[in-house]
Design a binder for this molecule. Structure first.
Ligand SMILES: Cc1cc2nc3c(=O)[nH]c(=O)nc-3n(C[C@H](O)[C@H](O)[C@H](O)COP(=O)(O)OP(=O)(O)OC[C@H]3O[C@@H](n4cnc5c(N)ncnc54)[C@H](O)[C@@H]3O)c2cc1C
Length: 389
């Protein structure tokens, strides 16, 4: 079968990195049904990711990382998602956060150095916990209900975070909390196993079940002041650098769509019902669907990769790239849904079976709508640029 990834691999370095993702993709695929059933992030997958050095990939070379570019990040994440979208989305948060911290210097250099060493030497895993039931998506600008109160040279933190991907296996949670005394939102590093840190196993969703995005519950968690790593005044609307690393989200959902497309194609080329003298791949309406799947993928993927490349090659223009990055997410996640729908039409009723992968792709791909930025926000952003600039 024509390898849909090959045309996008530009050089030997990318090829060698891609091979790491390809191998992992094969391994996690074997466990995808089990993790989907268990609605938890698999310890075995985590072990394999650590063994392959995957957790360090976005770290600079001095920490044993590969200093991935955005293009390379997208390439690897998309390939990993062909094996299991849940694994790719989950580890994408970790790698993306590290990329953001590496490129934007949001933290004090000594704190960043400490975290980089934790990841490179101890293979520690991090994620941000920002979403809450009442605040919804943090991208909407709501103030966290989680509170941090100064207390005897530390902060006491209380609150509950929803959608905390990999909550059960994370070593460090980077948690947003409102500090009333300072009228600001702070980000705190909280360690697994600290007193008052608990996971409530609420994650029982339609799709992306293997992300294990459970609730993080914080009860009087005492955090030293030097673990307050970022602080922001919510009333000040300073222009922020667009988050290029969030392209791991469209890469993930396109990976799921590629998996569905490949399996539908295999099926079309091998299934010959006894009403036909050929396989269904020779039937016009099936060919129409195969062509449409590839049209969607070509369009969304070339857009995503070209924006990733622009981000890498023109750092001086990153500030203006926000609407394009957001548009990639909307186009890719909607294209991915369409591709999976088409794949399921090719598979027919078999696609509904729990023994086939199609129904999992169908469920997983829907979650893309609820990762940031949401479609209405993207459309609003494009309209605002068109009207105001
Ligand atoms: C698989 C998965 C993994 C995730 N992992 C993480 C993670 O690791 N860490 C983390 O912090 N979060 C995570 N999230 C959470 C995600 O980023 C969103 O915060 C979450 O999905 C809630 O977004 P929402 O749009 O459904 O909710 P809400 O923001 O509550 O929106 C609900 C509805 O209200 C509308 N709405 C709400 N506010 C506004 C507004 N101001 N203007 C217009 N309309 C509005 C929305 O359009 C929507 O229709 C994850 C989500 C998923 C699906």
């Amino acid at each position: 079968m024509w390898d849909i990834h090959k045309p996008l691999i530009q050089n030997d370095r990318q090829y060698n990195l891609y091979k790491i993702a390809e191998e992992l993709s094969g391994k996690v695929k074997l466990r995808a049904t089990e993790t989907d059933q268990q609605a938890a992030f698999s310890q075995e997958n985590l072990y394999d990711l650590k063994e392959a050095g995957y957790l360090s990939l976005t770290l600079p070379g001095q920490y044993g990382g590969q200093n991935l570019s955005l293009y390379e990040f997208v390439l690897l994440q998309e390939r990993l998602a062909v094996g299991d979208g849940s694994v790719a989305l989950s580890i994408g948060w970790h790698l993306g956060i590290v990329m953001e911290l590496r490129d934007e210097q949001l933290w004090k250099p000594e704190t960043l150095k400490w975290l980089a060493n934790e990841i490179s030497k101890q293979k520690k895993l991090v994620n941000r916990a920002a979403t809450e039931r009442a605040t919804g998506s943090p991208t909407r600008g709501g103030i966290p209900e989680t509170r941090a109160v100064p207390s005897e040279g530390s902060y006491l933190i209380n609150g509950r975070k929803t959608f905390t991907t990999m909550a059960d296996v994370l070593d460090y949670f980077i948690v947003s909390a409102f500090i009333e005394e300072e009228e600001s939102i702070g980000w705190f590093i909280i360690e697994k196993g600290q007193d008052g840190v608990d996971v409530d196993y609420t994650w029982d969703t339609l799709g992306m079940r293997g992300t294990g995005s459970d609730d993080l519950v914080l009860t009087n968690v005492k955090v030293p002041v030097d673990r307050l790593v970022e602080i922001k005044d919510p009333t000040k609307k300073e222009p922020a650098l667009p988050k290029g690393w969030l392209l791991h989200i469209p890469a993930c959902y396109l990976g799921i769509a590629i998996a569905a497309r490949n399996e539908a194609l295999e099926f079309a080329k091998s299934y010959q019902p006894n009403s036909l003298t050929t396989t269904i791949s020779k039937v016009p309406h099936i060919q129409q669907k195969i062509g449409e799947m590839d049209l969607e993928l070509l369009y969304a993927r070339h857009f995503m990769y070209s924006i990733a490349e622009k981000w890498d090659k023109e750092p001086e223009n990153r500030m203006a790239l926000g609407p394009e990055l957001a548009a990639v997410k909307t186009i890719a996640t909607n294209a991915a849904q369409h591709v999976v729908d088409l794949a399921m039409k090719i598979a027919g009723g078999r696609g509904l079976s729990k023994n086939a992968n199609f129904e999992r792709y169908y469920r997983d791909v829907r979650a893309g709508l609820h990762n940031p930025p949401m479609d209405d926000a993207v459309i609003g952003m494009l309209a605002a640029r068109a009207i105001n600039d």
